[in-house]
Design a protein around this ligand. Structure first.
Ligand code: SER
Length: 875
């Protein structure tokens, strides 16, 4: 069976049993406390805790997962993968543990499905789980194929506290020749003989801080089967890298590097690393993750760089990730359309990172070289440096060891391991405890109760409706009185709740009988389906159940509408001017401005910005109709509607069409014809994040106000220059030209003056065993003083020295002593001299025998200082 067949057969099997098939959630989890999706159960957390309910008896899915706790182990054996697919079936009180075991057994052994022979299958249960043991026995598993293991193997918890429970694992026996050969080899042994491929967790407890286990509201099921592992088993292969998908990727590397898999263990590791990482990278970028220096962006960057590094180790030259991406898209795009849709972007991002990392790789090598050069013969390279090479430059430890050995040095492995352990426990601490996250319980409960409300705001500004619930702080309340802040849920609402970058509406909610009035300060979304009206009670007392009239601020909404449609037009214009790699990375649509973040790899030029503005205003002036319609996701995609990069959509979507120019999936509110936008002006363009640019723009009256502002700035500049606006630029250029001339003249005059002064000083040369000039030349700064010495030196007939004093243009006294090497040989020492005379200007300083300077605070002492110098040197 091919991987795709196994995937489909699993999902269909559980659908037939009455489970609802869920698409994989994105690798970017909904839960902000979880870095990356790492288990099938992630998207069902709220069901486990009883906060959400499901009509069907359970769920099933094939989930994209990424586990990166120990990236450095990946590739060194055939087991570890970073990205993998997890088949799973789940129940939240809907079917029993026995049922879950029976179905698992049926799916694994029935010839209709996997058809694996029972004598090759082994089952484990938690030591104390007699019930689990009996269930497998009843199903027909011989007792000697069931073992009991301890909590390490057979008790699964998402974190130190929260839902957990005993689990049961199913193993496949690859035969004694594969394993360690010990007589007591058993499922759970470290060797490769028994492969665990399916974990059935009976999630029934909620572990408390003090360790006690409380029963969850219902007994649950959470199973996970590694798709790569079961594919390899079904295809008679011994490792995760030998199944159909991964072996195709191994072949890409063989082709690129001209090597053969299974010939040299070192080469094999690199080939596996490339196959694994390239697949992970393709899916991560496909879900909207971009390389960066933190969070999931950093995980992506590490994977990309490690892959590139190993490509170089194999001798692959130039950019090569593209070949891998093509293969991943080719074999997995059928099941995951997002990587097909975003394939151009995936290519561009990977290529940009490849280019960037080539430079880092060189720097890393230089850093290593420098560290090695600094070592005494035979000295060890310290662990911290090796770790930094590994962590910052992506240098694997063994490469550092190799390079160090060539230069005759060892590496402190223990120090490196310690640094690594520390980082790993930091990473684990981050990963632990996050699977269950935290929930806003009041909203989860209300969302479950009301499911959704009706949004009438696409066509209506107001409506008559009922207050469904009131919430203050974390709890539902029955009423709120004048002056209170309260959140209100309505049965129907014209208020748009913040989403897709569009800010929430404001307005009023009034009692139909006039007994109270609420001011709506903002509207946000909770649990995806609820519109929460954040209100202040202006008068009277509001009660849950009251009949009200909800009315939005129409003028404000109109401005938001213009900016939202303008955002769509802007995106289409950017794609025309810059290319189709431009994808929305974020947006903010407010009444008075819009902000649009998009993927692009360099700053826009002024010409590109003008061209984008021109296209937008052309579309605005052509007065194109803007229409919306609701249709199936497949139909929308087929019609070429732009989807938000990395966004999850339901089966039914709304499509916003600017006739003949832009088509996007969007739930926001829009103008009905483009001319309502009036005018668009780009206010700024800059960097928002790595590979992401940000444009801010204004429309209609705000664009006019922006232009007015610029015009009055310009007018005041012209007034200052006393010319009409149209001549202002020329006038500024003329002024700059004359300033340049004046500055040149002044420089020339200063040079002539200094030369003249220097010549004059030479009239007064003292003989101190060498020609010596001691003089005061006011009005120079430190640099001017040194220039003066240069002139004196040029003009002296023989080698000599000088001591100069000045009161600088800023009023402080400065001293300089300088002499030629000959003067120094004859006993002159500028540093010592300055040290002895500087106190007279209340200053300090010193320097080399050839030159020394001092600054002080008492200009009155300058002459005395020079006098002292003269006296000292004349001796
Ligand atoms: N959550 C369990 C696991 O990740 C079973 O799906 O192994």
């Amino acid at each position: 069976m091919k991987t795709a067949e196994i995937r489909e057969s699993f999902l269909r099997f559980f659908e037939e049993k009455g489970c609802r098939r869920f698409p994989s959630s994105s690798l970017i989890p909904d839960d902000p406390s979880l870095l990356l999706a790492n288990a099938g159960m992630n998207q069902f957390k709220q069901y486990y805790l009883g906060k959400k309910t499901m009509e069907e008896i359970g769920a099933c899915s094939c989930q994209k997962c990424l586990r990166t706790n120990d990236i450095e182990n990946i590739g060194h054996d055939g087991r570890h993968l970073s990205f993998f697919e997890m088949l799973g079936n789940f129940s939240f009180g809907g079917y029993t543990k026995k049922q879950a075991c029976q179905w698992a057994f049926e799916f694994v052994t029935s010839p209709q499905y996997l058809g694996l022979p029972l004598d090759k299958l082994y089952f484990t249960v938690y030591t104390e789980d007699d019930e689990g043991f009996d269930i497998w026995r009843e199903i027909g598993v011989p007792a000697d194929h069931i073992s009991r293991l301890g909590a390490d193997d057979n008790f699964w918890a998402a974190g130190p506290t929260g839902p957990c429970g005993p689990c049961s694992e199913i193993y496949y026996d690859q035969g004694p020749e594969v394993g360690c050969g010990r007589p007591d080899c058993h499922p759970g042994c470290d060797c490769d003989r028994f492969l665990e491929f399916w974990n059935l967790v009976f999630t029934q407890y909620d572990r408390q801080e003090d360790g006690t286990l409380l029963d969850l509201p219902h007994r649950n099921i959470d199973t996970g089967m590694g798709l790569e592992r079961i594919s390899a088993i079904m295809q008679g292969k011994s490792t995760n890298y030998d199944g159909d998908i991964m072996s195709g990727l191994i072949e890409v590397g063989e082709r690129l590097a001209g090597v053969t898999y299974n010939a040299d263990p070192k080469v094999d590791s690199s080939l596996r690393i490339l196959a694994d990482h390239a697949r992970a990278v393709t899916f991560m970028i496909g879900d909207g993750i971009l390389p960066s220096n933190e969070g999931r962006g950093y995980v992506l960057r590490r994977l990309l760089r490690r892959a590139i590094y190993h490509g170089r180790m194999l001798g692959i030259q130039g950019s090569f990730m593209g070949a891998y991406i093509d293969e991943v898209v080719d074999v997995m795009g059928g099941a995951y359309p997002e990587i097909v849709e975003n394939s151009e972007l995936i290519h561009r991002i990977a290529k940009a990172e490849e280019d960037r990392f080539s430079a880092t790789l060189r720097t890393g090598k230089a850093y290593l070289q420098e560290a090695l050069d600094a070592l005494a013969p035979g000295e060890q390279l310290d662990g911290a440096t090796a770790f930094r090479l590994h962590d910052t430059f992506g240098f694997p430890f063994d490469l550092t060891v190799e390079a160090a050995a060539e230069a005759g040095h060892g590496v402190d492995q223990a120090g490196f391991d310690a640094a690594m352990d520390e980082q790993r426990s930091r990473a684990r601490a981050q990963v632990k405890d996050v699977v269950w996250g935290k929930f806003d319980t009041v909203w989860v409960a209300l969302a479950d109760k009301f499911k959704s409300e009706e949004f009438v705001g696409y066509d209506q500004d107001s409506c008559e409706t009922i207050v469904r619930a009131l919430v203050r702080g974390d709890a539902a309340v029955d009423s709120a009185a004048q002056g209170d802040e309260v959140d209100a849920l309505l049965e129907q609402t014209p208020f748009y709740a913040e989403m897709g970058g569009q800010v929430g509406d404001t307005g009023t909610i009034r009692a139909s009988d006039g007994s109270f009035e609420l001011q709506v300060l903002d509207t946000t979304r909770a649990e995806r389906v609820l519109s929460v009206h954040h209100c202040r009670v202006v008068s009277g007392t509001v009660e849950a159940g009251a009949q009200v009239v909800a009315q939005i601020d129409v003028a404000r909404r109109e401005r938001i509408r213009r900016n939202h449609t303008a955002t769509h037009i802007l995106q289409a214009a950017l794609r025309q001017v810059l290319g189709t790699h431009v994808n929305q990375a974020g947006s903010l649509v407010e009444p008075d401005r819009l902000r649009f973040d998009f993927t692009h790899f360099q700053a826009m030029t002024p010409d590109e910005i003008s061209e984008v503005e021109r296209i937008c205003n052309d579309v605005i002036m052509r007065n194109l109709p803007v229409t919306t319609r609701v249709c199936g996701i497949d139909e929308a995609r087929a019609s070429g509607a732009m989807a938000l990069f990395g966004e999850k959509y339901g089966d039914v979507v709304r499509v916003v069409d600017v006739k003949g120019f832009s088509r996007e999936l969007c739930g926001g509110t829009h103008v009905s014809r483009t001319s309502e936008i009036g005018l668009l002006k780009v206010v700024s363009e800059g960097s928002a994040a790595a590979n992401t640019r940000r444009i801010e723009a204004v429309t209609s009256f705000d664009a006019l106000a922006f232009l007015d502002g610029q015009q009055s700035e310009l007018r005041s500049i012209a007034d200052e220059l006393r010319v009409p606006v149209r001549d202002a630029a020329k006038k500024v250029a003329d002024l700059q030209e004359s300033v340049r001339k004046y500055e040149e003249d002044a420089r020339r005059a200063r040079r002539a003056d200094a030369a003249q002064k220097a010549s004059a000083l030479l009239d007064d040369v003292i003989d101190a065993g060498f020609p010596l000039v001691v003089a005061r030349v006011d009005g120079l700064d430190a640099e001017g003083l040194r220039g003066e010495w240069d002139l004196i030196r040029e003009r002296l007939s023989a080698p000599g020295a000088c001591v100069l004093g000045t009161v600088s243009p800023s009023g402080s006294p400065l001293l300089l002593a300088a002499g030629t090497d000959e003067a120094v040989a004859a006993g002159f020492h500028a540093g010592k001299l300055i040290k002895s005379i500087a106190p007279r200007i209340h200053g300090g300083g010193g320097g080399r025998p050839q030159m020394a300077q001092a600054g002080g605070s008492d200009a009155a002492g300058l002459d005395a200082a020079l006098q002292a110098a003269r006296a000292e040197l004349a001796n």
